[in-house]
Ligand binder design. Structure first.
Ligand code: ADP
Ligand code: MG
Length: 389
């Protein structure tokens, strides 16, 4: 069953088309992320679904019931929809328990109500904190209370509007994981809006990418990441490099060697999308220059300028940036001018990249060839190592 069906929903404000014929499905029990840059219409879409905003056109169905149609607008409290807002959503004068119990029937002393409150506080990891006031909680704990309050009345659908954006990075990761688990455990159908691609890719079963009020592409996180339907989506979803080349007889020839083209593709010029994790360094490869190195702890991102291919820039992710022991990665002293980590930006270093690994690289996709969309694949494991030259 599909819990939420949005069809052709449009909404304009003076001078701006906030939503332009938006379609979206959320199957029962799924978590759908609506991903897009600030101002693309995400909050407006959630508000139309929740009933806080009246759509100009289109139809919205929640759990088999039409809640919005041209000339028809079911009030929000009758839609069976719960909303977890961005921040500051708790009633400051009510205890945590009273916040969670707010939408439940029965008075504060009602034992069934109290049991429900305790159960949902437990569920979000705040068991025993019911007597605290909101200001006595951290930002992350407050968002947990907001989630418990939304879930307690048993909505058909939960809408989350950038619920982690005010939290610092470590807390955000932990809360994302916990919220995903709670929603899944409860079999809840949820729509999460976010501008953060890693949040969408890591949490959602299905991602809807929006720009300027329109849905640009939707699919599973893997589909979107590996087969974006346009360059903007590819770049928005993660680090991307573009290789110009030619397709001949099912092969794509580029500065980094040849790839097999999967889809039936006419010969001619093409552009390949190459993700940084699809490029590794190799002693016998195509020559390239390191123009930038960004150290991230768990990995590092190198930007390389290829000597051939009209100086194309290609990004390469080093999984073990400090991996001197393994003999891999960009080690101190190996990059000219390397720092102790070997990866701080320094004057350009010369590296050599192998052309051979392109024949055995991992899967990638290629598209955008004079208006045509192509896709390629590579299989096997590549083994690039770098050397200074
Ligand atoms: P997002 O949540 O993706 O950042 P919004 O849905 O908040 O985007 O806004 C989409 C567009 O609609 C923006 O250009 C915004 O300025 C405009 N907008 C949103 N709400 C209103 C409003 N109540 N009145 C006028 N313009 C609005
Ligand atoms: Mg918003």
């Amino acid at each position: 069953m599909i819990t939420l069906i949005v069809r052709g929903v449009s909404k304009a404000f003076p001078g701006v088309k906030a939503l332009d014929h938006v379609d979206l499905d959320a199957p029962a029990g799924s978590l759908v992320a609506v991903l897009g840059p600030s101002g693309c219409g995400k909050t407006t879409l959630l508000r139309c679904i929740a009933g806080f905003e009246r759509a100009d056109a289109g139809r919205i169905t929640v759990a088999g019931r039409v809640v919005a149609l041209e000339g028809m607008h079911l009030p929000s409290h009758r839609r069976g929809v719960g909303v977890v807002p961005q921040e500051g959503a708790l009633f400051p004068h009510l205890s945590v328990a009273d916040n969670v119990g707010f939408g439940l029937p029965g008075g504060r002393r009602n034992s069934e109500r109290r049991a429900t409150v305790d159960r949902f506080l437990e569920l979000v990891g705040l068991g025993g904190l019911g007597e605290r006031m909101p200001h006595e909680l951290s930002g992350g704990q407050q968002q947990r209370v907001a989630l418990a309050r939304t879930l307690a009345p048993g909505p058909e659908l939960v809408l989350l509007d950038e619920p982690f954006s005010a939290l610092d990075a470590g807390l955000r990761t932990e809360l994302r994981r916990d919220v995903k688990d709670v929603l899944r455990d409860q079999g809840m159908t949820a729509v999460l809006v976010t501008h953060d691609q890693s949040e969408a890719l890591s949490m959602a079963d299905h991602v809807v990418v929006m720009r300027d009020g329109r849905v640009i592409q939707s699919g599973t996180p893997i589909e979107l990441y590996t087969h974006p339907n346009e360059e903007w989506v590819a770049t928005f979803l993660g680090d991307a490099s573009w290789l110009d080349g030619d397709v001949h007889g099912g092969r794509f020839d580029s500065a980094l060697g040849a790839l097999d083209v999967v889809a039936a593709t006419p010969s001619g010029s093409a552009r390949a999308l190459v993700r940084p994790e699809q490029v590794e360094l190799d002693a016998s490869g195509a020559a390239a220059e390191v123009v930038r190195a960004d150290f991230h702890g768990h990995d590092a991102l190198l930007t390389l300028r290829l000597a051939s291919g009209a100086g194309a820039l290609v990004q390469c992710r080093l999984a073990h940036p400090g991996g001197a022991a393994s003999g891999r990665g960009c080690r101190p002293g190996q990059c000219e001018g390397g720092s102790s980590a070997g990866l701080t930006r320094r004057r350009p270093s010369r590296l050599a990249l192998s052309s051979a690994p392109i024949r055995s690289a991992r899967a990638t996709s290629v598209h955008e060839c004079a208006g045509r969309t192509l896709s390629c694949t590579r299989s096997g494991r590549q083994s690039w190592q770098h050397r200074t030259v």
